[in-house]
Design a protein around this ligand. Structure first.
Ligand code: ARG
Length: 467
């Protein structure tokens, strides 16, 4: 047998693997990222095999000690990854056998790389989901506290990006927080389906050894062994679900980014981002660019791409395992890294947002944002809503001509459009009056924002990590 032919399966081959094919089919350059999960899975597998009498206790101990040494070599950067050995699984097994001899070759009893890789990815995803969840929580907490602090801060609310009605800045931030609350639920729901153990499915049909999959599942912290061996080795739904969660989350972060970018512009001038989140221009000395939100917005595209890759990867695969599945890892790894980094950037940045209150207030005063309040006022005085709409429309037209906001007109000026208007109109035409009047659950009134922040805090602390 030639050296270029893999020792794990070279037995039936009569010529060495073509050098290019070896490189083309190998995954070790990227799947070495699964090394510690691979070792964790192997230790549990060996422990179970000894428990059911397939390995002796001495063999189990030799394997576990050997694997722990291999783990140390990998962590210290001393491990020599070999492309001819194809993937992370065979690299680790070969090194184990180099260290402990023939016993190392017994580790693969009753399993296949097909159930092994499926197990490794699930362990990896579970670990990453838990890290991502910590960042997501931190971001949500930051938003809730910012919203609470800014419960009274008034800004224009928009539809069609045109000034619509005044809202509180806290209310706007809590709208972001609601998006993330749903993303959080999606993440925890995805985790439930990730945390199922394929190990024991072997290549596709199960194994003839008297394995106990409940033992392995418990050792690895899985909720249960998978029900069907064919499904276990071929299913990558969980990866698609994760990237789908990631795509929706990034879509949300991208929308927030877009607003942050707009708000920091001189034209909006609603907020400032501390210098540490921005960079300058090499040619225009005055520039301070909101790179962090811009990049988050940009990175959204690649995560959408990974979702498409994985959906397309799976769409025509017959049962059970196919080598196509090796292509699941790079999109998944990149999606995980991108989500983690974007969440970290946002969790650091959001509490540091500095609202420019006077400027937001001034913007809300422009654009006739209290026009609906005037219409509602007329309705309360007995005018039909359609007529009230017309009356306010005429007042706005007058305001445009005279460059006056509704609150800046005198009572006589307003009375030109409706005799029903009286002195008390000025209570509803102020921005404070307008937001305070939207005083119901889900409304923008400052006391509602504070109550919503409190409910959000409670909902967040009721969520248990990994629950
Ligand atoms: N490197 C492979 C993957 O990532 C491991 C499983 C290979 N199984 C096989 N029968 N060739 O999917």
């Amino acid at each position: 047998m030639s050296q270029a032919t893999n020792q794990s399966w070279g037995g039936r081959f009569s010529e060495p693997t073509d050098a290019f094919v070896a490189r083309f089919t190998a995954s070790v350059t990227f799947d070495q990222r699964l090394a510690s999960q691979d070792i964790q899975g192997s230790i549990a597998h060996a422990t179970m095999l000894a428990r059911v009498g397939v390995l002796t206790d001495d063999e189990r101990d030799a394997i576990i000690n050997g694997l722990n040494e291999v783990q140390g070599e990998i962590e210290r950067g001393e491990f020599n990854w070999s492309v001819p050995l194809e993937d992370v699984h065979m690299n680790i097994e070969a090194r184990l056998t180099e260290k402990i001899g023939i016993t190392g070759k017994k580790l693969h009893t009753g399993r296949s790389r097909n159930d092994q890789v499926a197990t490794d990815i699930r362990l990896f995803m579970r670990d990453e989901i838990d890290v991502i969840e910590v960042e997501l929580k931190r971001l949500r907490e930051g938003m809730i506290e910012l919203a609470d602090r800014e419960a009274e801060t008034i800004m224009p609310g928009f539809t069609h990006l045109q000034t619509a009605q005044p809202v509180t800045f806290g209310h706007h931030i809590l709208a972001w927080q609601e998006m993330l609350a749903r993303d959080h639920e999606r993440l925890l729901d995805c985790r439930k389906r990730v945390n199922v153990m394929p190990l024991g499915a072997a290549a596709l049909a199960g194994t003839t050894y008297p394995i106990d999959r409940h033992v392995t599942a418990e050792l690895l912290g899985f909720d249960r062994p998978s029900e069907n061996s064919l499904d276990a080795v071929s299913d990558r739904d969980f990866a698609i679900e994760f990237t789908s969660f990631a795509s929706i989350l990034l879509m949300h972060l991208s929308r927030m980014s877009e607003e942050l970018v707009l708000w920091t512009s001189a034209q909006f001038n609603f907020i400032d981002l501390p210098d540490r989140f921005c960079t300058g221009s090499s040619i225009m000395p005055q520039k301070k660019n909101p790179d962090v939100p811009e990049l988050v917005r940009g990175k959204t595209g690649r995560v959408y791409g990974h979702l498409m890759s994985l959906l397309t990867l799976m769409k025509s695969q017959p049962l059970a395992y196919n080598k196509d599945n090796q292509e699941d890892k790079e999109p998944l790894f990149d999606a995980v890294d991108t989500v983690r980094d974007c969440l970290k950037a946002f969790a650091d940045m959001v509490p540091a947002i500095e609202p420019k209150k006077a400027s937001m207030y001034e913007a809300a005063r422009r654009g006739f944002s209290t026009a609906t309040d005037l219409a509602d006022y007329l309705v309360r005085k007995g005018v039909a809503f359609r007529d009230a709409h017309e009356i306010v429309g005429q007042s706005v037209a007058y305001g445009l001509k005279t460059e006056k906001d509704l609150s800046e007109m005198s009572l006589d000026e307003l009375k030109q459009f409706s005799a029903t208007i009286e002195q008390d109109v000025f209570e509803v035409l102020t921005l404070e009056g307008s937001v305070a009047a939207r005083n119901h659950i889900g409304g923008t009134a400052p006391n509602q924002v504070r109550a919503a922040a409190q409910r959000a805090r409670e909902a967040l602390s009721a969520l248990k990590a990994g629950a």
